[in-house]
Design a protein around this ligand. Structure first.
Ligand SMILES: *Cc1c(COP(=O)(O)O)cnc(C)c1O
Length: 380
């Protein structure tokens, strides 16, 4: 039988399974002590004052924009090459996503194009740390007026850093993802981080239906007749305590996961350097790459075959690959809504057409990595 190598596999097992025992037996199943402990540990690891667990990175980003009061008439600049949720959350608020192009070598937002897309209505920029590589925050900050904050879409960037500061503390607020495709997982889940106490307090209320006091406060308080007040329209974006328990265990493994990924990323770069048509991802020039994915670029001028055919050949050999992510302006719900053309964002168009993620995760063996390298060398 041919070897089967997945693009990504979560590294969960007995430790995570045991961790869910306590909430399952205590009966405290939704946001409670385990979530609080996970938030505390996450905020310490990422050197931020506030961390709020959510149901996903998507709902985390939505919470941040809602807590900032972003709404109809406002514009938020987002990169055009990203997971669709980065733009969707702007629409959830009734605001308008404005696409900025990305740099072809890093796949991250291009500050030069951001400067062109600014308008008096710009209320924020969402910088995505794509695949675990932090966006060039200083270059981005340099083109923005002081009243336009940067929000980090740190979905792929747990454990990443930029110029000595961990992701999560590089802008006004950040949202992380614990989807199984990311380096640490809680099944579904996310985390909002910020240094801003007022923003954290508003996001905390919005996460729990807009309630003025939490279930836990009510449960433990001396006044049984007390119900929360609801003075704002909130959501239910609470993480469960089962997920919090799993997250605590996963977080303790984060640095080991990243170090291992970093070693194999270096090995891939050495081993694949001789393939002229396959461009390697950028190492971080400014800090720690979290290697959520290892995304290569198939150079169309040099490749012996089109990218998609290469992906099919690898698939036949049991090796999963994927395009890096989408050019969001080419997706129906944005293309049709705003009448966007591929050439409007040429960097995103090219990243969409030419990127190819190859397997990199913490359940691959040395033989698996060698097999991927041999298969790529064999093409052409
Ligand atoms: C995965 C991902 C998201 C969505 O995260 P969820 O937790 O699944 O909502 C958002 N943005 C980027 C860049 C992602 O990679």
């Amino acid at each position: 039988m041919t070897r089967q190598i997945q693009i990504s596999l979560p590294s969960t097992g007995d430790d995570e399974w045991h961790a869910t025992r306590e909430p399952l037996t205590s009966g405290w199943l939704t946001q409670g002590p385990k979530v609080a402990a996970f938030e505390k540990a996450f905020s310490q690891r990422h050197a931020v004052k506030h961390a709020l667990a959510t149901t996903s990175c998507t709902t985390g980003l939505h919470l941040i924009l809602a807590a900032m009061g972003i709404g109809p008439g406002d514009e938020v600049i987002v990169p055009a090459f990203t997971w669709v949720a980065t733009a969707n959350v702007v629409l959830y608020c009734g605001a308008t996503p404005v696409f900025a192009d990305v740099e072809r070598d890093t796949c991250n937002i291009d500050p030069v194009d951001v400067a062109r897309k600014l308008s008096p209505r710009t209320k924020a920029v969402i910088a995505v740390h794509l695949f675990g590589l932090c966006a060039d925050m200083d270059a981005l900050r340099a083109v923005l007026p002081a009243n336009v904050p940067i929000i980090e879409d740190a979905a792929c960037a747990s454990g990443a850093s930029y110029k000595g500061t961990p992701a999560g503390g590089l802008g006004l607020a950040a949202a992380f993802s614990f989807h199984p495709r990311k380096s640490i997982t809680t099944g579904e889940g996310g985390m909002v981080t910020t240094q801003d106490a007022a923003l954290a307090a508003t996001a905390d209320q919005l996460r729990n239906h807009g309630a003025s006091i939490s279930e836990e406060q009510r449960h433990n308080g001396p006044k049984p007749y007390l119900l929360a007040e609801f003075n704002m329209l909130g959501f239910n974006y609470r993480m469960t305590d089962l997920q919090g328990a799993v997250g605590l265990v996963q977080l303790a493994k984060l640095d080991r996961f990243i170090d291992e990924r970093d070693r194999w990323a270096s090995w891939y770069m050495e081993q694949l350097a001789g393939i002229p048509w396959l461009r390697m991802p950028q190492r971080s020039a400014h800090g720690k790459h979290a290697w959520q994915a290892f995304v290569t670029t198939v150079d169309p001028a040099l490749a012996p075959l089109p990218r998609n055919q290469i992906m099919e050949i690898l698939q036949q050999q049991g090796i999963a690959t994927r395009p890096g992510t989408h050019a969001v302006h080419l997706l129906g719900c944005y293309r049709d809504r705003y009448g966007l053309k591929p050439d409007d964002l040429p960097g995103a168009r090219d990243c969409d057409a030419h990127t190819m993620a190859i397997p990199l995760h913490n359940r691959m063996s040395a033989d698996d990595y060698a097999y991927v390298v041999e298969a790529l060398r064999g093409i052409g």
